[in-house]
Ligand binder design. Structure first.
Ligand SMILES: Cc1cc2nc3c(=O)[nH]c(=O)nc-3n(C[C@H](O)[C@H](O)[C@H](O)COP(=O)(O)OP(=O)(O)OC[C@H]3O[C@@H](n4cnc5c(N)ncnc54)[C@H](O)[C@@H]3O)c2cc1C
Length: 301
């Protein structure tokens, strides 16, 4: 009953949705119970209309890009999950690449290579979306999202209006952006300024990054990448390894044997297993090195 008008709106606009849907396949960890409704908006205006409706009616919602940095709860989510996977248009205009929030960052980097544009090589192999990358200021090797983005289009739930934000207005800071602070702001699309270069050189650099990931990361198992932010003057993976935690498990969650910075779902882990493993890891590392670790994984509740 509560959702009847929403379902009408979705049907009218031909928008895909699933009721009482399991959340397993929506996160790389493959953890989580179910949600009342999962919606897959297929254009930006429809996305904004749904956001406005949910906000106006006070219906709880959560936005998911590729689900590669989050853990869904073990209990039912009483609300709506908005999945941006169909908002995936990418286009090139001169030296700029514009992408909708659900576009894969790896697809963006491949299109940049095809157009002899350099700057996005570090995106190659990160399994997330533009929305997640901007939200978290994703970074790898020699690159960081804040280093190439020039502007974004955002939707403000307070005013129900779209507006452009420039680089400074993103308030990037380490692994944060304005979208972490202000949950009433939703990222719709972003524009990146790249540089013309030799296609082969760009390709080889991106390939090298992707191969380094394959050789050092446990890519066959569910994870959220690095579980912890990089502490000052060190690496979380080094501290965790030297605390003797490589391979340490709680329930079905494990500190990866291949890369101590990763927590993996090696045997039907629950969100609680991940939380407890994070708690113990932080405690052990702090005891041994007096360094506080800060988790990067987002828990949906
Ligand atoms: C194997 C592996 C390797 C990884 N390597 C790296 C790496 O090298 N560097 C790195 O930085 N990260 C890495 N990650 C983590 C993750 O891929 C990135 O942080 C990615 O940018 C997250 O994107 P996503 O679409 O999966 O976000 P999600 O996990 O879907 O969401 C993350 C957060 O972003 C919010 N969000 C998503 N879209 C929007 C939107 N449109 N508007 C507002 N908020 C939004 C969500 O609500 C959530 O709070 C890795 C993960 C894995 C599994």
């Amino acid at each position: 009953m509560k959702y009847a008008p929403l379902i009408d709106l979705l049907k009218r606009n031909n928008i895909r949705f699933l009721e009482n849907q399991s959340l397993h396949s929506l996160s790389n960890f493959e953890i989580g119970s179910s949600a009342d409704i999962v919606i897959f908006p297929n254009d930006i205006d429809a996305f904004c209309e749904i956001l406005s409706y949910l906000y106006d009616k006070g219906i709880k919602f959560f936005i998911v890009g590729k689900g590669t940095n989050l853990v869904f709860p073990d209990f039912h989510y009483n609300g709506v999950i908005l999945c941006t996977s169909m908002l995936d248009k990418i286009k090139i205009d001169g030296d700029c690449l514009m992408a909708e929030c659900g576009a894969s960052v790896t697809d963006c980097s491949i299109l940049a290579i095809k157009n002899s544009l350099s700057g996005m090589e570090f995106f190659c192999g990160i399994p997330g979306s533009i929305g997640g990358a901007v939200y978290m200021n994703a970074s790898a090797f020699d690159g960081v999202t804040s280093g190439i983005i020039i502007e974004s289009l955002a939707f403000d739930l307070n005013t129900m209006a779209k507006f452009k934000i420039n680089l400074e207005e993103h308030k990037f800071n380490d692994k944060k952006s304005i979208f972490c602070e202000n949950k009433n702001l939703i990222l719709l699309s972003s524009t990146f300024l790249l540089k013309k270069d030799f296609k082969e050189a760009i390709y080889l650099k991106a390939l090298n990054f992707a191969l380094r990931r394959i050789s050092s990361q446990p890519l066959g198992k569910g994870s959220a990448g690095s579980a912890f932010k990089r502490p000052k003057n060190s690496y979380a993976s080094k501290l965790i390894d030297e605390s003797g935690l490589k391979g340490f498990t709680v329930g079905g969650a494990q500190i990866s044997k291949k890369h101590a910075g990763f927590i993996v779902n090696f045997n039907n882990a629950t969100a609680n297993d991940i939380k407890e493993l994070i708690r113990i890891t932080k405690e052990r590392v702090y005891k041994k090195f007096n360094v506080p670790l800060d988790e990067e994984i987002i828990f949906v509740d």
